[in-house]
Design a protein around this ligand. Structure first.
Ligand SMILES: Cc1cc2nc3c(=O)[nH]c(=O)nc-3n(C[C@H](O)[C@H](O)[C@H](O)COP(=O)(O)O)c2cc1C
Length: 416
C-alpha cells in the first residue's frame, strides 16, 4: 500500500485537552485569515478552495467553492454563514469531536467562509445536549474576542443550540431553529444561498468542511489536492463503533482502503468476528466485504451504489441479523422524520411495517413492495430524508437477498 500521509485535522493526541488559541496560533492558525482580511482578498481564497477540490463533508459532497461563489455573488446588505455541527446520527461523532477538541480550527474556517462570501454574520449551530463542544466553543470565542484577531470590529459569531433531533441537522431545519421556530426543513427553492436566514443569502457548511477550508487557507490548494483520488481530495473523518477493538474518530486520506480503516486503525473486529459488509453511514448503501481493498472515494463508492456519507461507520459481521439491522435503521428514520411531508411519513412507516412482516416470516413480495414505495416517494419531501431512508433498505435487499428470503419464509401461492 502507498504510504498514508499525516492527518490534516486531528494533529493532537486523542486524549489532549481542547486546543487553546495560543496552541492553534503556534501552528499557524488564523494567520491566513488575518492576512487575507488585511488585504481584502476574499476572491483569492475562493479560487484556492476551488483549486483544492473541497467537497462538503455533511453527507451530500457538494463542491464548496460552487456554494461560496453563489453566496459571494448574492446581493444584499446582510449575509450569513452557518457552521453546521447538528450531528445527530447514531454512530457518528466526528463533528462533535472536532468542535470540542479543535474549536479554533472550526471558528477559523467559519470566519474564512464569511470573508470569502462577504457575510457579516456567522453562526455555529450545535445541539443543546452537546455539553462538551458547547463549553469548548464558549471558551474559544472568549479567547478570540480577547485577542487582536478581527481588529477593532466585534466578532460576529453567535452559537445556537438546536433541538436533539436528526432532522434538525438538515440545513433549512437549522435555519428555522435559529429563527426560533421548530426545526423542520423548508420547501426548496428558494435555497439558503438565495434566501436563507431571515430571508437573506446564507451559506451552510458542515463544521468538518470549514475545518478543511481553514487547512487549505494555511497550506494551499496544491497540498490539499495532492492527497486523495481524481474526484475526492484531502482527508475525511470516520467514526468507528464498538464492533472494532479501537473505536473512535479516525482521519484518513481519500484513497485509503476500508481494510486500512477497519484493521489498521480500528484494530479489526472484536471477538474474532468475520466481516460481511460495511455501512459507511446510516443513509448509504452497504459495501460488501469483497470490497475491503477498495480505495475510499466518492467515485469508487458511487460505482457500487454507496457513498462515504458522514462517515459514521456500522459493520455487519457473521453474527449480525441483517433483517433486524435493516429494521432498526428503518425504524430510526420513521421515528426521526418530522411528520411534515405525507410521502415521507408514509414511506418510512411502511418500510417498518413491511420489514416487521419479513421478520415475522410473513413477507411475500416484500422486495417489490419496498422498491415500489421508494420509487413512488422519490423527491417528494422538503428534504432528502425520504431518499436517505430508502438507500440502506434497498441496498440491504440487494446485498443480503438470501437472508431476507430465509426470514420471509416460503413464497405463498398467489390468491385467486
Ligand atoms: C435529514 C438530514 C439531516 C442532516 N443532518 C446534518 C448534520 O447533522 N450535519 C450536517 O453538516 N449536515 C446535515 N445534513 C446535510 C445539510 O442539509 C447540508 O447539506 C450540509 O450541512 C451542507 O454542508 P456541506 O456542504 O459542508 O456538506 C442533513 C441533511 C438531511 C436531509
Amino acid at each position: 500500500m502507498r504510504a498514508v500521509p499525516p492527518p490534516f485535522l486531528l494533529v493532537r493526541p486523542p486524549a489532549a485537552p481542547p486546543e487553546s488559541l495560543a496552541e492553534y496560533r503556534a501552528r499557524g492558525g488564523y494567520a491566513a485569515l488575518v492576512d487575507l482580511s488585511a488585504r481584502g482578498t476574499g476572491p483569492t481564497l475562493l479560487d484556492e478552495i476551488e483549486r483544492a477540490g473541497l467537497r462538503g463533508r455533511g453527507g451530500a459532497a457538494f463542491p464548496t467553492a460552487r456554494k461560496w461563489r453563489l453566496a459571494a455573488a448574492a446581493s444584499g446588505p446582510d449575509k450569513h454563514v452557518v457552521a453546521n455541527g447538528g450531528e445527530h446520527e447514531p454512530g457518528s461523532g466526528k463533528d462533535r469531536f472536532l468542535v470540542e477538541n479543535y474549536p479554533h480550527t472550526v471558528l477559523d474556517g467559519l470566519l474564512l467562509a464569511a470573508l470569502a462570501t462577504g457575510a457579516n454574520h456567522g453562526w455555529l449551530y450545535l445541539i443543546e445536549d452537546m455539553h462538551g463542544p458547547l463549553a469548548s466553543v464558549d471558551r474559544a470565542l472568549a479567547e478570540l474576542r480577547a485577542s487582536d484577531i478581527g481588529g477593532d470590529a466585534p466578532l460576529p459569531i453567535t452559537v445556537h443550540r438546536g433541538p436533539p433531533t436528526y432532522v434538525a441537522g438538515e440545513e433549512t431545519a437549522a435555519l428555522e431553529s435559529i429563527e426560533g421556530r421548530p426545526a423542520r426543513p423548508r420547501k426548496k427553492p428558494p435555497f439558503p444561498g438565495e434566501a436563507g436566514l431571515f430571508g437573506q443569502p446564507t451559506t451552510v457548511n458542515n463544521v468538518e468542511t470549514l475545518a478543511h477550508a481553514a487547512w487549505i487557507a494555511r497550506h494551499g490548494a496544491a497540498a490539499f489536492a495532492a492527497v486523495g483520488t481524481a474526484e475526492s481530495k484531502g482527508t475525511l473523518l470516520f467514526t468507528l463503533g464498538n464492533e472494532v477493538l479501537r473505536p473512535g474518530i479516525h482521519e484518513l486520506p481519500f484513497g485509503a482502503t476500508w481494510r486500512h480503516l477497519i484493521e489498521d486503525r480500528g484494530g479489526g473486529l472484536t471477538d474474532g468476528r468475520r466481516l460481511r459488509a460495511i455501512l459507511p453511514a446510516m443513509s448509504c448503501g452497504f459495501v460488501l466485504a469483497e470490497h475491503l481493498d477498495l480505495p475510499i472515494a466518492y467515485e469508487t463508492l458511487r460505482a457500487i451504489g454507496s457513498s462515504p456519507g458522514c462517515g459514521g461507520v456500522r459493520l455487519v459481521d457473521d453474527r449480525t441479523d441483517v433483517v433486524a439491522l435493516t429494521l432498526e435503521i428503518a425504524a430510526f428514520f420513521m421515528r426521526e422524520q418530522c411528520g411534515q411531508c405525507p410521502p415521507c411519513r408514509m414511506e418510512t412507516n411502511q418500510f417498518v411495517h413491511i420489514l416487521k412482516a419479513v421478520q415475522a416470516g410473513k413477507g411475500p413480495g416484500y422486495d417489490d413492495k419496498l422498491q415500489r414505495l421508494a420509487d413512488f416517494s422519490k423527491k417528494k419531501g422538503n428534504c432528502s430524508l425520504i431518499e436517505m431512508a430508502a438507500a440502506p433498505v434497498l441496498s440491504a435487499l440487494r446485498c443480503f437477498a438470501a437472508d431476507f428470503a430465509r426470514a420471509a419464509g416460503p413464497a405463498q401461492p398467489p390468491a385467486n
